[in-house]
Design a protein around this ligand. Structure first.
Ligand code: PLP
Length: 459
């Protein structure tokens, strides 16, 4: 093709300013006739804006926000105090200070009383003085601090697995790890009482998600038989001790199913670490299984380990992959040195002082026994766990009972619908090794008296 032909076709012929204006006018006219544009407005065309309801851009009018606020109004009408967000004025262990008064405290997971232990505090102070308050970026960017790696190494030893990765939040650990490892071709089977963080992770992953009846391995086996073959990876998610009910997963049966159906098994040890097993090593020690029988051990640093963060322990391949690719590790700051140091010190004290583990179990058993003798409903709470619900069966009555106990010097939180079914609304007691036998006796007596009084009052 001749060169001049190419340039003649590729380059439009220059047009005059008058022609330009005429063409622009023609374009605007066509646009107007095509509809959508507004009438004359000085030559400028504006698209007509759809009316947007103020409820969709003012939070104080948002239907969900309004419904939530209505609950506070209902509490005020019933002359009940909001039991949430009470301000603790010191270290919360077996007791706590609120409004200048001491309360027997069942509203925290300081299972071994190690948050506030002088040795843990000192370890945090030393790390703070050495490395500062923040590492300011993810570990891949800002590098390592020895205390972060030391904690991971010790946790991997506890689980008898190759490696461990520590994240900045327990909640975010479940979300990012489950969300990252699984995808649309996969299946996540989780206990129906699984913690919200695991559900959020499953939703994020876009995998198919099915919940199985609580702790029911026969039902899980049926689901696996039905669905295993139509998916690539399958994850079974369970918890060591269930946080609302205080019962324990039958780990050996889950391990057998995982092996039979060639799936992954993930165990969340938030409430079992530090409480189950003679040394507090959790479900693995309690059931005497090999650490490698579970693919993904998850735990939090916020409860027994007296700090803030989460961890995953497992094979070297898994941990390396997560450290280089899991968004919540890769794109989030590394754990602060004081937090890592606090957990490391807490872990060492737990190992050196197994009496703490024996004490928390003994107090929990004492509480369960006395409560059951008093005719209180402790739900499914099982020997060995430090979570004990007192099922009240009604959200407002649960708040009223929590208020009544508070007035008698006991700090305990209600758990309400929708966190549990309305007829399962409850008070939830977390026992710690710092509680005394006398406090447990006194508490159960007061619950029993106040609950009877309130039930009579509403009849
Ligand atoms: C079972 C379970 N998993 C995960 C978490 C989240 O841990 P964290 O509060 O340390 O973020 C919790 C919190 O209570 C929990 O109960």
């Amino acid at each position: 093709m001749p060169e001049n032909k190419v340039s003649a076709e590729a380059t439009p012929a220059p047009i005059s300013a008058m022609e330009k204006r005429a063409r622009l006018k023609e374009i605007l006219r066509k646009k107007r006739e095509g509809g959508g544009a507004s009438a004359h407005n000085g030559g400028m065309e504006k698209p007509q804006q759809k009316h947007i309801d103020t409820r969709h851009y003012h939070f104080d009018q948002d239907p969900d926000v309004v419904a939530h606020r209505a609950q506070h109004t209902a509490l005020a009408k019933l002359k009940l105090n909001n039991p949430f967000f009470v301000v603790n004025q010191g270290i919360a262990r077996g007791t706590t200070q609120i409004d200048g008064q001491e309360y027997i405290n069942y509203a925290n997971y300081n299972y071994l009383g190690l948050s506030g232990d002088q040795r843990v505090t000192q370890a945090a102070i030393e790390a703070l003085e050495t490395y500062g308050t923040s590492v300011s970026a993810s570990r891949i960017a800002s590098g390592e601090r020895p205390v972060q790696r030391d904690l991971e190494t010790e946790l991997a030893k506890v689980y008898q697995v190759e490696d461990c990765a520590v994240f900045v939040s327990g909640f975010a650990t479940n979300v990012t790890v489950i969300g990252h490892l699984f995808g649309p071709n996969d299946l996540i089977l989780h206990d129906e009482l699984a913690h919200n963080s695991a559900i959020q992770g499953a939703l994020l992953s876009n995998a198919k998600r099915i919940s199985f009846p609580h702790n029911d391995t026969a039902a899980l086996a049926r689901l696996l038989a039905q669905h295993r073959d139509s998916h690539e990876r399958v994850l079974i998610f369970i918890e060591g001790v269930y946080s609302m009910d205080g019962d324990i997963a039958d780990l050996q049966k889950f391990v057998a199913l995982k092996k039979k159906f060639k799936t992954y098994l993930m165990v969340d040890e938030a409430h079992s670490f530090g409480v189950l097993g003679a040394r507090g090593y959790g479900l693995r020690e309690h059931f005497e299984i090999a650490g490698t029988d579970v693919d993904i051990w998850m735990g939090t640093l916020s409860k027994t380990l007296a700090s803030c963060g989460g961890y995953i322990a497992g094979s070297g391949a898994l941990i390396e992959y997560l450290k280089y690719t899991a968004p919540g590790f890769l794109y989030s700051v590394g754990i602060t040195p004081p937090n890592a140091a606090a957990s490391l010190a807490a872990l060492k004290i737990m190992e050196a002082e197994p009496d703490r583990v024996a004490t928390v179990c003994a107090r929990a058993d004492q509480f369960r026994e006395l409560a059951a003798k008093s005719g209180l409903d402790i739900g499914m709470s099982q020997q060995g766990s430090a979570v004990i619900p007192i099922v009240v069966g009604n959200s407002m009555l649960s708040i009223a009972l929590s208020n009544a106990l508070f007035a008698k010097g006991i700090n305990v939180q209600p758990v309400l619908y929708p966190a549990v079914e309305e007829d399962a609304a409850r008070l939830r007691f977390f026992i710690t090794s710092a509680h005394t036998e006398a406090q447990v006796v006194q508490t159960v007596e007061i619950i029993s008296d106040e609950f009877s009084r309130l039930k009579e009052a509403v009849q």
